[in-house]
Design a protein around this ligand. Structure first.
Ligand SMILES: *[C@@H]1O[C@H](CO)[C@@H](O)[C@H](O)[C@H]1NC(C)=O
Length: 348
């Protein structure tokens, strides 16, 4: 038996064993956890740092890991001839490292909690950092009386969802699992939620036939009306959003830019300059017809300056498979706001 076929057999045996384990524990059997050994640290030394002692320690590690990738990004970009990045290189000789667009922006800030996928498989489902933290929050007691669930105000988990387009599997699962969640949904191209929102949860949803924009355009009839995020929040008596889901076909750039302008203006008037949003699930459409690499980088780094950190990435390959575009320029990111003092993800 050659070394290669020996390795092949061992790999096959490993895969088979793995499949058996997966099959055995596919119900999320808790006996998996109790059967795992608790292994003492070899040669324990009292001075060894306890890396995962607390939530704060984990956040600090995430911040260090993220910072490392920011310096790498800056180094890579300045190493390019004239610092011009080709986000979709077609030739090995085109740039050092042959990075594609997304390689400059890795999801290096690891979520200090569980990361779960919520909603349907494929396009429409989203990854959530700290789903179990949200699930542990009770619904406000005032929601059960005759007054019902209020259509505005800050209590509970405030979720905004832009771009509905017939699929509400993410929103439905979030509402079913998180009793404190209320979701405000916006889309000018449809008349309401997708069929997944049942009557059991619909009293915690609020739909408006409108989109997110760089300014308020209430009279726009094609691809509108549009409102800024700050106007929509004000009309719902919100100063803070816990979870923002946004999939708006390229409009994410100028609408979030306008929101950052607003946060900057507030900063001058005593605000803290941090985005008042805890977590964002965003589908980014970095098509070259919407945005250039330098403008994308400016936008991204301004968001980082206001607290946002990429904690998860999933390429949306439909651009390639369905639309036959050779550039996978459509990507799902999850950002967590690391500077945010009110983030419910920091509940210990
Ligand atoms: C926002 O607050 C104002 C003043 O308290 C109230 O009149 C209005 O109904 C509230 N709007 C929502 C959507 O809760």
């Amino acid at each position: 038996m050659t070394l290669r076929s020996y390795i092949g057999r061992m790999a096959l045996a490993g895969v088979v064993a793995f499949i058996c384990i997966i099959t055995f524990f596919q119900d999320g059997d808790s006996s998996l956890v109790s059967s795992l050994p608790s292994i003492p640290r070899p040669n324990p030394s009292p001075s060894a740092p306890r890396k995962f002692a607390s939530l704060r320690d984990r956040i600090q590690l995430s911040e260090l890991s993220w910072k490392r990738t920011v310096s790498q990004r800056h180094q890579m970009i300045s190493a390019m001839p004239n610092a011009v990045v080709k986000p979709w290189p077609k030739d090995w000789t085109e740039e050092p490292g042959n990075l594609v667009m997304w390689d400059y922006f890795p999801a290096a800030w690891s979520c200090p909690h569980d990361v779960q996928r919520v909603g349907r498989l494929g396009d429409g489902g989203k990854w959530v950092c700290g789903m179990s933290v949200y699930e542990s929050l009770p619904a406000p007691a005032s929601w059960t009386g005759s007054a019902g669930v209020p259509s505005g105000g800050q209590e509970g988990l405030v979720v905004y969802s832009f771009g509905i387009n017939g699929d509400s599997s993410f929103e439905a699962e979030l509402l079913e699992r998180v009793p404190s969640a209320r979701i405000w949904g916006f889309d000018f191209s449809v008349n309401g939620w997708g069929p997944q929102i049942t009557s059991a949860v619909s009293q915690r949803t609020f739909f408006k036939k409108a989109g997110i924009g760089a300014k308020d355009e209430p009279h726009l009839t094609t691809n509108g009306p549009l409102y800024t995020l700050q106007s929509l929040m004000a009309s719902n008596n919100h100063t803070y959003i816990d979870v923002l889901k946004i999939d708006v076909e390229g409009n994410e750039f100028k609408s979030l830019e306008a929101f950052m302008d607003h946060v900057r203006r507030e900063w001058k008037h005593g605000g803290d300059g941090v985005l008042p949003i805890g977590q964002v699930m965003i589908e980014i459409h970095a098509n070259e017809k919407y945005i250039s690499f330098p403008n994308f980088r400016r936008w991204w780094e301004r968001l980082e300056g206001m607290g946002m950190r990429a904690t998860w990435i999933e390429l949306n390959l439909l651009r390639v498979t369905l639309f036959q575009d050779p550039k996978p320029d459509c990507t799902e990111y999850v950002w967590v706001n690391a500077k945010d003092q009110q983030n419910k993800l920091w509940y210990e």
